[in-house]
Design a protein around this ligand. Structure first.
Ligand code: GAP
Length: 513
């Protein structure tokens, strides 16, 4: 199965097992908006708890907030979003389909790269063991021609990006002969700016002040609340403020399922430090966040840093943690050293003093800030795309299993009476479930054969199944089945809690950090 096909199967699986549904599906859905179903919400909450506890419990100098989605409109003037949170748009006149001009060019560049790689692969096959890749890349005429084409377009594109030259964007698209994937034509409109913020009307607060935005990031709430938290929490620099919450962006091209959505959730932390120390903290948070990802055991090779060459005007260092999604390495989390840009601008526009007074040195300054920012939904996709596995079993059967880290699994234990029409078995199973549910998310299932029930639990990633059979009535033991190994073990009911807890407790994951 290709990665593309696998991704489609994963999307279908998410719907079939109650993880994610298209929003308002009975009305044919709403583009790039999704609902989390009964399984999805549990997994999502577990991901959030892993992040929240790692930030707030394991760092004495980080506290959390939960701010409103609506904010004073000046927030977005100060942050620069009103002026500059834009994407370059282009329409195809024949299909009426809208694209991001930068994406069209980047996809085109990506295709040239693919061609080069294919050429190299051909060489590798042709020359076998004697293949010298570096030499081949330097001398093969096809590779050299494509590389020269790539460099020329790339350079023009980067210049156009730096100078916001939209005429040049369009010219590149025309010169490269890029066509609309629907109409197949080059009948393009001019490129224009499109602000990604959603706006709405807010009460009747007077002229000009009634247009508010749905926040496009949660970070600004933290900057605006910074002084309240610092004073009421008597926080000493360096310290951090974390938040999990919804964000909204009118993405021009929203695709790849929950990778790019119009309504999504972010987990952001702003770490305030003394100017001049920000690079140390930037390095610290890079390492800290990578540790958090790697502790999940998805394979260290599936992560990489992508340091930004071109920095946003407010940043003096920036990197992305990229994950190998089924559609390639893509940004999962951003870590930015944002200087005093945000606090400084809010200070200017609000007229409030947001300076920090250092009681030890007597200094006053506007703190610098290092930000870590990750999308909950993108993290959800990371977990599921790594967890989804199709397996051929030794007995010739196959199974789909979600190998979700046990601490994040939506259901921790399923309790299953072997037969549904024997009240002694169902009664004992229900008793066990009623007891376990105080500690773990449990499911009780009695319908279908035991084999089918195991498959259903595998498909939602339940780490343990507990089966009650006739022997259980005699010896007080049950069968404990492990999702990953499928090993089955007889365990006294009294030992169940400890056995399950040892594997599913979030503490185990947090202790790895
Ligand atoms: N405060 C900084 C900030 O918002 P960003 O790179 O625009 O930076 C941070 O977003 C993270 O939020 C991304 O790394 C990604 O995980 C997530 N994210 C951004 N836009 C998203 C979208 N449209 N859909 C889903 N997740 C998104």
């Amino acid at each position: 199965m290709t990665q593309d096909e696998l991704f489609k199967v994963l999307v279908a699986h998410c719907k079939e097992y109650g993880f994610i549904f298209p929003s308002s599906e009975i009305y044919d859905g709403l583009a790039a908006v999704y609902d989390y179903g009964q399984m999805g919400v549990e997994l999502k909450n577990n991901i959030k708890k892993y992040w929240w506890d790692a930030m707030n419990r394991l760092h004495e100098n980080i506290v959390g907030i939960d701010a409103a989605v609506f904010m004073h409109p000046n927030t977005w003037v100060a942050s620069g979003h009103v002026a500059a949170f834009n994407d370059p748009l282009i329409d195809n006149r024949d299909s009426k389909k809208r694209y991001r001009a930068d994406n069209l060019i980047e996809d085109y560049l990506g295709k040239i790269e693919e061609k080069i790689e294919k050429e190299v692969e051909k060489g590798r096959k042709r020359f076998g063991e004697s293949f010298d890749e570096a030499k081949f890349r330097e001398t093969n005429p096809n590779v050299l021609r494509e590389k020269a084409r790539y460099d020329e377009i790339h350079e023009r594109y980067k210049k156009a990006e730096e100078t916001n030259n939209f005429d040049e964007y369009k010219q590149i698209i025309l010169d490269c002969g890029i066509v609309c994937s629907i109409s197949g034509t080059k009948n393009w409109t001019d490129v224009r700016q499109f602000n990604l913020m959603f706006s709405t009307q807010f009460g009747s607060t007077g002229e000009g002040a009634d247009k508010v935005y749905l926040r496009p990031e949660t970070a600004q709430c933290i900057f605006v609340d910074y002084i309240n938290v610092q004073k009421t929490g008597r926080m000493k620099i360096p310290f951090g403020i974390s938040q999990i919450g919804k964000a909204f962006r009118n993405e021009v091209v929203a695709r790849q399922f929950i990778f790019r959505m119009r309504e999504f959730e972010q987990m952001e932390m702003e770490f305030f430090c003394k100017p001049g120390t920000e690079m140390e903290w930037f390095a610290y948070w890079k390492e800290e966040r990578m540790k958090w990802h790697k502790a999940l055991g998805f394979g260290d090779d599936n992560y990489r840093f992508h340091d930004h060459e071109k920095l946003a005007h407010y940043a003096n260092a920036a990197t992305d943690i990229e994950f190998r999604f089924p559609f390639g390495f893509k940004e999962l989390e951003g870590i930015h050293s944002r200087t005093d840009f945000d606090l400084g601008n809010h200070q200017k526009l609000s007229g409030r003093n947001l300076q920090y007074f250092d009681p030890e040195t007597g200094e006053k300054y506007t703190p610098y800030c290092v930000e870590t920012s990750i999308g909950v939904d993108r993290m959800f996709l990371t977990v599921l795309s790594h967890a989804y596995t199709q397996e051929e079993l030794e007995n010739g059967e196959s199974r789909v299993v979600l190998r979700i880290p046990a601490a994040l699994a939506p259901v921790k234990v399923a309790v299953l009476p072997l037969l549904k029409n024997d009240e002694r078995l169902t009664g004992m199973a229900q008793e066990i479930m009623k007891d376990l549910r105080y500690d773990f998310a449990c499911q009780y299932e009695e319908k279908d054969t035991i084999g089918r029930r195991y498959r259903r639990q595998d498909a939602i990633g339940t780490p343990f199944c507990v089966t009650v059979d006739h022997d259980s009535l005699e010896d007080g033991c049950v069968t404990l089945r492990d999702r990953d190994t499928m090993a089955q073990e007889r365990v006294p009911v009294a030992e169940l809690r400890a056995r399950i807890d040892a594997k599913v407790n979030l503490t185990n994951l947090l202790r790895k950090l």
